[in-house]
Design a protein around this ligand. Structure first.
Ligand code: NAP
Ligand code: COA
Length: 267
């Protein structure tokens, strides 16, 4: 029964989530809190992160929100230190801050490309590198948030593809280096998730959204809860033997274009 699913599997645990003022990462923070964790969340905007933390404390759970730009190592370290000083050793870290815009390589400046690599890839290195000294070891679980663009070359996404591919490899390298210290490092690759800034940018019209869904094996967007459930599982003792993996939670995005009617009358 050691691995039975518990009612509040994160009871007594401390979680730090970067990029959690909105969207998927805020969904993860809220889910972690409802499952027993005390959570520290960061993003660039003081106002947005305070409002996000309030959604959690309003439900009666413990949370602090701090402004920190993941491109600034010292700011990330300071936020982690505050989380540690407030709640104690950190058990779970999610690195999910990201930026995206749709543009061809010839339509972006060097600074445009660099900005996304800085937030997504360098920012993830900052969060994971800085958190190590504050971790509750052995047993800590680190999760980076990647994307299908890491493995699927995508038009107008050269910056994101490059940054997220780097995150996948960084995740695996850190899993190798830190596994002997009892620290697991995994990544989640969400597919298209409903009601997020990411999909508002990538498929801004109803026609584009319908097109994305038509090509997906599961024919629909995922929800923030779908992603948060996987993050929760990876952060529990049930996932004790999982490290260095890139877990797709993507409705079949990684399978490729599933448009067609292969089921025929068997639907
Ligand atoms: P979102 O709501 O825009 O979340 C991005 C978060 O990152 C925000 O909280 C933003 O807050 C923060 N952020 C941006 N730049 C930052 C920086 N330099 N330093 C610190 N925080 C920063 O987007 P989302 O669509 O939910 O995406 C969340 C994650 O899921 C991203 O890693 C994204 O690549 C990944 N993902 C999303 C989808 C999808 O369908 N949406 C699919 C695959 C992967 P501030 O503005 O307050 O800084
Ligand atoms: N096309 C081409 N280049 C673009 C662009 C676009 N649509 N949007 C921004 N850029 C370029 C800017 O022109 C600038 O380059 P320049 O200095 O050579 O002109 C560079 O990117 C940085 O832009 P800036 O607005 O100064 O960056 P920022 O750090 O304030 O914001 C972004 C970062 C650009 C990623 C912004 O979109 C953001 O804050 N995103 C967070 C939310 C998000 O993307 N959510 C979805 C996550 S999947």
């Amino acid at each position: 029964m050691a691995n039975a699913f518990k009612d509040k599997p994160l009871e007594g645990k401390v979680a730090f989530i970067a990029g959690a003022s909105s969207g998927i990462n805020l969904g993860i923070a809220q889910h972690f809190a409802r499952n027993g964790a005390r959570v520290a969340i960061v993003s660039r905007s003081e106002e947005k992160i305070a409002a996000a933390a309030k959604t959690i404390t309003d439900e009666g759970y413990e949370a602090i929100g701090m402004a920190a730009d993941v491109r600034d190592f010292a700011a990330v370290d300071e936020a982690l230190k505050t989380a540690h000083d407030t709640f104690g050793k950190i058990d779970i870290v999610v690195s999910g801050a990201a930026g995206n815009f749709v543009a061809p390589a010839l339509g972006m400046s060097a600074n445009g490309f660099r900005t996304v690599v800085d937030i997504d890839l360098i920012g993830t290195f900052h969060v994971l590198r800085a958190c190590f000294q504050y971790l509750n070891r052995p047993g800590a679980s680190l999760i980076s948030i990647t994307a299908p663009q890491a493995v699927n070359p995508s038009l107008y996404q050269a910056h994101v593809c490059a940054a997220k591919a780097g995150i996948n490899m960084l995740t695996k390298c850190l899993a190798m280096e830190w596994g002997p210290g009892g620290v697991r490092v995994n990544a989640i690759s969400p597919g298209p998730v409903a009601d997020t800034e990411g999909m508002a940018r990538l498929a801004p019209t109803p026609e584009m959204e319908a097109g994305v869904k038509a090509r997906l094996a599961l024919r629909d967007y995922g929800t923030k809860t779908d992603i948060a459930d996987l993050a929760l599982f990876l952060s529990t003792d049930n996932a004790n033997y999982i490290t260095g993996t890139i877990m797709d939670c993507d409705g079949g995005t990684g399978l490729g274009n599933a448009e067609g009617d292969a089921l025929g009358d068997f639907k």
